[in-house]
Design a protein around this ligand. Structure first.
Ligand code: ADP
Ligand code: MG
Length: 311
């Protein structure tokens, strides 16, 4: 048999989806298949966004927020399951992760530098409580127990999207890939003989990497106060909301979570951000497959027990 030279190569592409940059980088022996696989990932991400976005009027998510206080809304298996997981994570994090943050959260606009005033916060805060979301397993519906409740999957949907993206790639026979949506990445296999190197950004200097982590077959999510924010009178208003106050969480600058499932690393990075260094790392210590790095308000770095800080 004559052996032909391999045409295999890395194929990559980045597109804007879910309000952020989504990128897909894959290896496949057949570049044409690789390109089809990459396109299929973007189609999947767009499908998820059309289902879950609060910015899309005719998404299921928008229907829930419009109607679920009036009537139980049938949401379909996929969304039902992700909402259930979100509610479980609220219990796990004692309310630090709460998809009903959006009753207050909807009044922030980080691009326009707009935030809710004290009256708006006192009016909306009583509606922020994941216990007001009532899933009915029997008929797959979601109902809100109170008027004015709103949910938003912004703290978990990107992790879900990259996890699904990797599923799509597997179906195309891809064994080495990286799928990233904003701060959430899911790695498939290694980088052909070497680990993927994923950098955690210095929260106060976008050109500096605080630490680089070698990873294979894992997910990594970073939440930071530097992605979506504005400054007003020296105060930083960013997109991770402390559910007990309705204001941006103040204790840390960034959190990074590493583990097998991007859905959970995404939700946990947001949760640990709210919980802070001590509580947050204590939670991570209870989850055997998950590790975390927290950079606090002074720029100091803290590592969970399973990670060796660099020399
Ligand atoms: P990014 O969107 O940059 O990846 P995160 O994963 O930390 O960052 O998610 C932040 C998003 O999570 C916010 O933009 C908002 O949609 C949502 N969110 C904010 N606060 C909370 C909270 N306490 N619980 C759940 N979701 C939240
Ligand atoms: Mg997150």
């Amino acid at each position: 048999m004559i052996s032909r030279p391999s045409l295999a190569e890395w194929v990559g592409e980045a597109q804007l989806h879910m309000g952020t940059e989504v990128s897909v980088y894959v290896w496949h022996d057949d570049p044409a298949t690789a390109e089809k696989a990459v396109a299929a990932v973007f189609a999947e991400v767009a499908r998820i966004d059309n289902l879950m976005s609060t910015y899309i009027e005719d998404s299921k998510m928008s229907e829930i927020n419009r109607d679920a206080a009036e009537r139980p809304v049938e949401v379909g298996d996929e969304l039902f399951t992700l909402i259930l997981r979100s509610l479980d994570i609220s219990v796990l994090t004692r309310g630090a992760f709460d998809i009903t943050y959006d009753s207050v959260g909807q009044h922030y606009d980080f691009r326009e530098g707009r935030r809710p005033d004290a009256d708006t916060i006192s009016e909306e805060l009583p509606r922020l409580n994941y216990r007001f979301v009532e899933p009915n397993r029997g008929d797959g519906t979601i109902r809100f127990t109170h008027e004015g409740v709103r949910i938003n999957l912004g703290g978990i949907a990107k992790g879900y999207a990259v996890e699904r993206g990797v599923e799509v790639l597997r179906r195309y026979g891809v064994a080495h890939a990286r799928v990233t949506a904003g701060g959430d990445s899911r790695l498939l296999g290694d980088r052909r003989g070497q680990p993927w190197m994923v950098g955690v950004q210095n929260p106060r200097d976008p050109d500096q990497v605080a630490v680089t982590i070698p990873l294979e077959n894992e997910a990594i999510s970073t939440s930071g106060d530097y992605e979506r924010f504005f400054l007003e009178d020296g105060e930083r208003y960013h997109h991770i909301i402390e559910p007990s106050t309705g204001k941006p969480a103040g204790e840390v600058r960034s959190t990074t979570i590493i583990g097998p499932d991007a859905v959970l690393t995404d939700a946990l990075s947001t949760s640990v951000f709210v919980m802070g260094v001590d509580q947050g790392l204590r939670l991570i210590a209870t989850l055997p497959d998950y590790e975390g790095i927290v950079i606090d308000a002074d720029g100091q770095m803290f590592y969970s027990d399973g990670l060796q800080p660099p020399e």
